[in-house]
Design a binder for this molecule. Structure first.
Ligand code: PLP
Ligand code: COI
Length: 342
């Protein structure tokens, strides 16, 4: 377990790398168990578990950073804990108490401290809490027993281009979620539903699909693994939609934009409005802010070239730098977004 690490932190992809420990808690007979620390990468699960047959699976994604001062910071722990409760209620699962979520995340980060990438490498420790229905049922009903686990793994940038321009596309023949469906929760099935479109996009050289609102197919919704924002005439615009995940990174950027005196509008954005924006980006925990070079609307053949000078725009760059500076402890955390792990 204490073999020396041979990790090239600066070139880490966004993938899975084995770490030392994970933490688990089991919900049974109306209560969550004491926290179990495990060094196994496997779980033992009943073959008729509701998560395997009827998709009772939800997750979260957040990151821990090694700061300029050597301290460990977890970004927006409390908000992720709260969102996980919303997801649980959306799928009739047992909501995890916020305190338990926070305690388990802090514990697993401490236990795997040697896997937190050093300051200056640009990498971070990705934290993946998830909950599954574990009790057996062949009839379609909610489980009575659940497992909540947290694993961690060191990661680099989600899109290969990092903070370089990336191209994305719109496919009108695919929807990721239904209008009043599960898009607002972090549900594993949403990602399965987006795989076919995503694979096709990757095969065509795009890094992601920009999904349209599933009701009217008129407005921008979000990217497969991230929210979307654009800068139009100096205003930060981002879709208002009931079928997208309320991104904590997007909320952070909206706050930072306001702090910088930039007007923020959360509203419907039509596909055609892409012709009028000067900057655009995918944003999320994994994506951070990934500036978009071009959005190609495959079915209409329309190509929206956003970054006309071939580089990330000034507002996206400023927001990205500000967020990273807070996460790495280079600038004061005036909004109290970071939990320092002692
Ligand atoms: N939208 C989707 C579908 C996602 O998977 C993610 C990633 O978590 C986001 C948006 C961004 O959310 P957050 O910024 O909270 O990570
Ligand atoms: C995240 O940004 O945390 C995500 O969950 C996106 C992706 C890895 C699915």
């Amino acid at each position: 377990m204490n073999e020396p690490l041979n990790i090239d932190w600066a070139t880490l992809p966004f993938g899975y790398l084995k770490t030392d420990y994970n933490v688990r808690s089991y919900f049974k007979d109306g209560k969550w168990s004491d926290i179990e620390v495990s060094d196994s990468e496997n779980i033992n699960i009943h073959m008729a578990a509701t998560s395997l047959h009827y998709g009772q699976e939800i997750f979260e994604g957040l990151k821990a950073f090694r700061g300029v001062d050597g301290k460990i910071r977890i970004f927006r722990l409390h908000e992720n804990a709260q969102r996980m409760r919303e997801s649980a209620m959306g799928l009739c699962m047992e909501p995890i108490p916020v305190e338990l979520f926070e305690e388990m995340v802090v514990k697993v980060v401490k236990l795997n401290e040697r896997f937190i990438p050093p300051y200056g490498t640009g990498a971070s420790l990705y934290i993946r809490p998830f909950e599954i229905g574990t009790s057996a049922s062949v009839g379609v009903r909610k489980a009575s027993e659940y497992l909540f686990m947290v694993l961690v793994t060191p990661v680099g940038p989600y899109f290969k281009t990092g903070f370089g321009l990336t191209n994305i596309c719109i496919f009108r023949e695919y929807d990721r979620v239904a209008p009043k469906g599960t898009g607002r929760w972090k549900v594993g099935g949403n990602y399965a539903a987006a795989l076919a479109a995503g694979e096709r996009a990757h095969a065509m050289g795009y890094s992601a699909v920009l999904f349209l609102d599933p009701k009217e197919k008129k407005y921008l919704d979000e990217c497969g693994p991230a929210n979307f924002f654009a800068i139009k005439d100096g205003v930060y615009i981002t879709p208002e939609s009931e079928s997208i995940l309320p991104s904590i990174t997007n909320k952070s950027f909206m706050q930072l934009a306001k702090d910088m005196g930039i007007k923020v509008e959360q509203r419907h954005i039509t596909v055609e409005e892409l012709a009028e924006v000067q900057e655009a980006a995918a944003c999320g925990t994994a994506a951070v802010a990934s500036p978009i070079g071009e959005v190609d609307d495959i079915d209409t053949g329309h190509k929206y070239v956003i970054a006309t000078d071939g580089k990330p725009g000034p507002v996206t760059t400023a927001l990205y730098k500000k967020l990273r500076a807070i996460q790495y402890g280079e600038e004061p955390d005036v909004h109290g977004w970071c939990t320092i792990v002692e």
